[in-house]
Design a protein around this ligand. Structure first.
Ligand SMILES: CC(C)(COP(=O)(O)OP(=O)(O)OC[C@H]1O[C@@H](n2cnc3c(N)ncnc32)[C@H](O)[C@@H]1OP(=O)(O)O)[C@@H](O)C(=O)NCCC(=O)NCCS
Length: 392
């Protein structure tokens, strides 16, 4: 068995049949192959590894080069995708070998963190990943926002085909990348596919500044306005976009929009009828998972106060003893010390991402902490809700 890195063009004959078999209706048609071939220009910067035996591809994994904000520091992130093995080669450890090599390589290339959408979280928990919140879907009737129609808000909303509005939308995404914990974006090559989608973008502006943006389509007259994530730099940007949605009252019955886990759409209007859901039903509806690939790379993150020495066990990438502290609210990291707590890679990642409280780390079996360590880790890594947003 040999492992090697392949180019985007090679994916068509090597990893595509594995992925198509695993994730698509099959047998697949020639049109599907052609559609995939055309999409490969968006994957030229993706790192793809395959395992081969006697000329046959048995398994494949890939990492998209992305960027992610973790506690106010923006990192290179490996967005893991396309993980699949041939049914006759499963449970031979091929994906374990591939994923281990991929994560090692991505860390060498400078990635501090990694995220993915798991078919089954327990599989990736073995690789040090831990769950982070999935986006919420809010479904509401535009009538609930009617009071916004009477407000004269200091800004405007412009509707454009995404092809025309992409640059302004992308500027907004990069602003949110700098501001919002957990937020992740694709590189230029991969995000270029968004331009090609048959979608509108509504851009909220105050003066020259883009303060909100949402991609959407309308499925039919009297049907749904189906939007992706509602992005805004603050409440005014959001109100401008909601006011824009409210203007569709005679045209669509419902609006559906994706939100971060900390949003409260029930507070958007007085007479709101809204259902907010977050369905996790593997393998088709997944909450993302994330992990740290490099502990010193987190130095400078915005944390709480205090400090502690921890031992991270059972992980090739971040295993070892680390002395963590806070200097004026910024994380400091030094190797070595006398550990006062033991964490798995998943337990450490859960704290770094603010996804779990130290008590939950213990109850989930991701660490061995006494009362003092619980308090110190809680003070250093206060809970925060990460919002990954990007789907891959
Ligand atoms: C999931 C899949 C990629 C695993 O590939 P594989 O080559 O069989 O995996 P490995 O043999 O390397 O197994 C790695 C580890 O995961 C465990 N494992 C394998 N399949 C598992 C499963 N379905 N659920 C939980 N654990 C699993 C193995 O026991 C092994 O554990 P260990 O190394 O701690 O002993 C493969 O079954 C597949 O292609 N499934 C369909 C596509 C899919 O769902 N891909 C994932 C998309 S996110």
């Amino acid at each position: 068995m040999e492992i090697r890195q392949i180019s985007a063009e090679e994916r068509l004959t090597t990893s595509f049949p594995l992925q198509a078999y695993a994730f698509m209706p099959s047998p697949w048609s020639d049109e599907e192959v052609e559609r995939y071939r055309k999409r490969m220009r968006f994957f030229t910067t993706t790192t793809s590894l395959i395992a081969e035996e006697d000329g046959a591809t048995l398994a494949g994994v890939a990492a998209l080069p992305m960027r992610q904000n973790v506690r106010d520091l923006v990192h290179d992130m490996a967005g893991v995708a396309g993980v699949a093995s041939h049914p006759s080669a499963r449970r031979r450890g091929l994906v374990r070998e591939l994923l281990t090599r991929l994560l090692r390589q991505m860390r060498e290339q400078g990635c501090t963190v990694s995220a993915l959408y798991p078919f089954r979280p327990s599989f990736y928990a073995r690789f040090g990943y831990v769950g982070i919140p999935r986006s919420r879907t809010a479904r509401f009737t535009p009538e609930g926002l009617s009071e916004l129609l009477r407000r004269d808000l200091p800004g405007s909303v412009q509707r454009l085909p995404i092809k025309e509005g992409f640059e302004a939308y992308d500027v907004l995404l990069h602003r949110l990348l700098a501001d919002r914990h957990g937020f992740a974006v694709f590189d230029e090559t991969r995000s270029a596919e968004v331009r090609e989608e048959p979608m509108w973008v509504a851009l909220a502006r105050v003066g020259d500044e883009v303060v909100g943006g949402v991609r959407y389509r309308v499925d039919e007259h009297g049907g749904d306005l189906l939007a992706s994530n509602l992005f805004s730099t603050g409440p005014l940007g959001r109100a401008l976009l909601l006011q824009f949605f409210a203007r569709h009252v005679d045209q669509v019955r419902h609006v559906e929009v994706l939100l971060g886990a900390d949003e409260t759409p029930e507070l958007w209007g007085t007479d709101m009828t809204v259902t907010t859901t977050a369905t996790v039903d593997n393998p088709t509806h997944n909450a993302p998972m994330a992990r740290v690939l490099d502990v010193p790379g987190l130095a400078g993150s915005r944390v709480g106060h205090g400090g502690i020495t921890v031992e991270i066990t059972g992980d090739e990438l971040i295993g070892g003893v680390w002395t963590l502290g806070a200097d004026d609210g910024q994380l400091t990291v030094k190797p070595g010390g006398i550990p006062a707590a033991t964490l798995t890679a998943g337990g450490f990642s859960a704290l770094a991402y603010g996804a779990l409280d130290p008590v939950e780390v213990v109850t989930r079996g991701l660490g061995d902490l006494d009362g003092g360590a619980v308090d110190r880790l809680g003070a250093l890594f206060p809970r925060r809700t990460p919002y990954l947003f990007a789907e891959f």
